[in-house]
Structure formats: C-alpha cells, structure tokens
Write a protein that binds this ligand. Structure first.
Ligand code: GDP
Ligand code: MG
Length: 439
C-alpha cells in the first residue's frame, strides 16, 4: 500500500439509492477522469458526462462529475467525485473501470489520513470528522463539527506556539548566559510555564463533559426485585422493552435502550433485582447489574414506596444516584430515603414521570450537554494534556536551566503527539482505525 497510489471508494452509504458518490484521490485522478469522461469540467464545478469503459468504450452511466485539482481538495491531492445512479451494478461497473485505469480501493479512513498527511487538518480535526459521521444527536453533531472545523486544533496549536517560545527563551538564557540578554529570561520562562499550566488544568477540569457527550451517558436502573424497575424503563421510553411481572427475579440480564435527552445520547439499562436468593442465572444477572451500575454515569435507585427500603439498594444511594420512590399510587411515598430526597413516581399511573424526565434531562445537560467551549473529547487528549501539565510543573521547579529546557521539550513533544505535528507514526493507526471506508 503506497501513499502515492490513486485510491477510490464509495463515499455514500452502501445499498441502493438515488445517487451514489464515488470518490477518487491521487495524482492519476485527472487522467482517469479524462479517460472515462473525456473533457474535464472546470475545477469544482459539476459537469454532466457519459462515463465510458476505458476498454470497450461502452457507456457505463450518465453522471455528474467534479474535478478538484490539488491542493484545494479534501485530501489536498488531485481528486474527483463521480455522482452516479445509485444501483449496485452501476457502482460495480464504474469501480471496475477505475481499477482497470490503475486506481485501487481505499482503506478505511485513507482519504482523511491523506488530508492529515498533506497538512489539510490536524489529528484532532480528523477525529472530529470521524465523530461527525458517527454523531447521533444534535449536541454530538455540534461538538464534532466544532472539532472538525479546528476548534481544538486552534487551542492546542496556540499552546504549542507558546511552549515553543518558552523553550526558546529558556535556551537563550542558557546559550547566552554571558551576554547582555535580559537576565530575567529564566524567570519569565517559569512564569510563562505556570500560566500555561493553569490554562491547561482549567481545560482538563471539565468534568469529562466532552468525552461523555461523545460516548453517550450510561444510566443504570437499580433496586430490589419487584420495585418496578422494568415498568419504569418501559414507561420512560413509552414501549414494552423489558418484561414486567409480579414474580420476583423476572429480569435476569441487563436490558438496554437508547434515548436522547438534552441532545445527549443515553443508554438506559434495566437490571436484575438485587437480592441474595435465586438460582445461578439470577445471581449472574445480579453480578452484571452491579458491574453496569459501577460503570454508570448516573444510577436510578428504585424503591417500592410500600416496602421497607432494602439494605442492598440503600448502598447505591449516593452523589451519582437519583432516588425514586415508585408505586406512589399505592401509599403516600416517603419524602426521604437513605437520607436523600426521594422523587415520588408511579410507573403504573405515570404520576411523577414528567418530573423524572425533567430531572434526567437536567442531569444529562449537566454531565454532558452542549457547551460553547471547545472541550476535549477523547481519553487520548486527556492523557497527552496531563503529561504536558506534569512537564510544565517540572520546568517550573527545575533546579538547573538545562533541566527546565528538557522539560519544555518533553511538554512540546506530548502536545505534538496530540495534534499530530511531531512523532506521530505510532498513533496514526489508532486514530484512523475507527473511520469508515470512503472518509
Ligand atoms: N401499583 C403499582 N404497581 C407497579 C408499579 N410499578 C410496577 N408495578 C408492579 O410491580 C410488579 C413488578 O414490576 P417490575 O417492573 O417487573 O419490577 P422489577 O422487578 O423491579 O423490574 C409488577 O406486577 C408491576 O405491574 C407502580 O408504580 N404501581
Ligand atoms: Mg425487572
């Protein structure tokens, strides 16, 4: 696989459609288009052409074709788009012709990888493109679009520029110690390091909102058997997803549904009721319930208003939990359970469900809702920036100018890995692995 090959891929979704878009990128793009379509249209202007088989000259399709001479293209290379009739046979015939003319099918993410390698975007923007394609909700789309448009690239690029300046000052202080440079160069580098470290720390202290929005929230419903967990899940999503029964121990595995609140994708997980009794299968279900609750961003602890709160469920009442007193239609629900305010609901009558939905929406917005700030979105970002912070701390407390210099250099390398500007060979595969073909 060479990075100089001319590549092609279906850029639109697979299957039948009104239009299918084949994308071609690489130095032979123009020649390939000319061989199939004759005259090239003006750059970036659609032209209607007959596409012919290069061997037999048979017409394969009538298509809109676009010609993007590099570097003003998505990849930065000469590129072509063919807007075909969207049938599998048409796509196969044109793909066959492209192969005959020397192009090869692209690998997943190869177009965006080339865009990155040609300096059209940094790594965080490339990740934004992948997230934009995967976005399921409004808030996700906004966050991904901002990142694809270079919001993180600009922020991190600015920090890299400042770090480079700090390093230069520090180096100058070492090199020209004897000369009459300002004597406070070392001090200035230290103050600058402290200022930058503060900004990065503030960026890191975002409560994981960007990462949570990208991943979606996990909300686990937990409680004793028969508290009404499955009924609540069904009532919240408005359909019968989980089996409801008066028999304890009906739900034995984790049942999950997806919904969106405040533009945040949420996985709502119904779980097996917590109790000691039950057979092997139920005990495995309970083990899964606990482990899902441990991973959850939010736990809904469900108690039956007409029963004494059980010790097992009480253990899950805490800062990341919302306490519900279900079956409030049967008896007056207690205002507090386990020392925490309980929301009275009835999965049966629907009472209190609007309030529950509002509370959930509020939590989703607080934990992961859309924000105007450019938020980091991946563990990779967090790890690299945490490293930068540590090196800056080292630079501030270094006992020798040479050590401060080394620390600045290490900080720059960590930041460079984040944006893909230095030493990135090893992480390219990781970043581009989750792309689809054609992007
Ligand atoms: N009266 C009343 N019964 C409910 C309510 N929610 C659930 N139930 C009943 O309680 C029983 C257990 O419900 P289920 O959802 O299976 O509980 P789970 O074991 O916690 O999943 C079923 O007979 C439900 O019909 C409620 O709000 N009010
Ligand atoms: Mg159940």
């Amino acid at each position: 696989m060479s990075a100089t090959d001319t590549i092609f891929a279906l850029a639109s979704g697979a299957g039948r459609g009104a239009v299918a878009i084949l994308r071609v990128s690489g130095s032979s793009s123009g020649a390939i288009l000319a061989a199939m379509a004759g005259r090239l249209p003006a750059p970036r202007v659609a032209g209607l052409r007959r596409l012919r088989d290069p061997g037999t000259r048979e017409t394969l399709d009538q298509a809109l074709v676009l010609w993007f001479p590099g570097p003003r293209s998505y990849t930065g290379e000469d590129s072509v788009e063919l807007h075909l009739h969207g049938g599998p046979a048409v796509i196969a015939a044109v793909a066959g012709a492209l192969t005959a003319l020397g192009a090869r099918p692209a690998e997943a993410g190869e177009f965006t990888r080339r865009a990155f390698l040609n300096g059209r975007m940094d790594l965080t923007a490339a990740e934004g493109v992948a997230d934009l394609i995967a976005a399921e909700t409004e808030a996700q789309r906004r966050q991904a679009l901002r990142q694809a448009n270079g919001a993180l690239a600009a922020l991190y690029g600015g920090w890299a520029a400042r770090l480079t300046r700090l390093l230069a000052h520090q180096e100058a202080a070492i090199e020209f110690a004897e000369d009459d440079l300002p004597t406070d160069l070392c001090d200035r580098a230290r103050t600058g390091a402290a200022g930058l470290r503060g900004e990065i720390e503030a960026h890191l202290a975002d409560g994981g909102r960007g990462e949570r929005l990208r991943e979606g929230l996990l909300v686990a419903i937990l409680g004793a058997p028969n508290a009404g967990k499955s009924s609540l899940l069904n009532a919240l999503v408005g359909r019968e997803v989980a089996i409801v029964s008066a028999r304890a121990g009906t739900t034995r595995d984790v049942v999950e549904v997806r919904l969106a609140l405040a533009g945040v994708p949420i996985t709502l997980a119904d779980t097996a009721g917590l109790r000691e009794a039950g057979d092997e299968i139920e005990q495995e279900g309970i083990r899964r319930a606990r482990s899902r609750a441990e991973e959850a961003d939010l736990v809904l602890t469900v108690f039956a208003a007409d029963a004494t709160p059980d010790a097992e469920t009480l253990r899950w009442v805490g800062p990341d939990a919302m306490v519900l007193a279900n079956k409030a239609d049967l008896v007056p629900a207690p205002a507090m359970i386990g020392g925490v305010e309980a929301l009275a609901v009835s999965a049966l009558t629907g009472a209190g469900l609007d309030a529950l939905r509002a509370r959930l929406t509020e939590s989703a917005a607080r934990l992961a809702g859309a924000s105007d700030a450019a938020l980091l979105t991946r563990p990779r970002h967090r790890a690299a920036l945490t490293e930068v912070v540590a090196w800056l701390g080292d630079a501030e407390t270094a006992v020798m100018p040479e050590l401060a210099s080394e620390a600045f250099r290490a900080a720059l390398r960590a930041l460079g890995r984040l944006t893909g500007r230095v030493g990135v060979e090893d992480i390219l595969d990781v970043v581009f692995a989750d792309f689809c073909i054609g992007k």
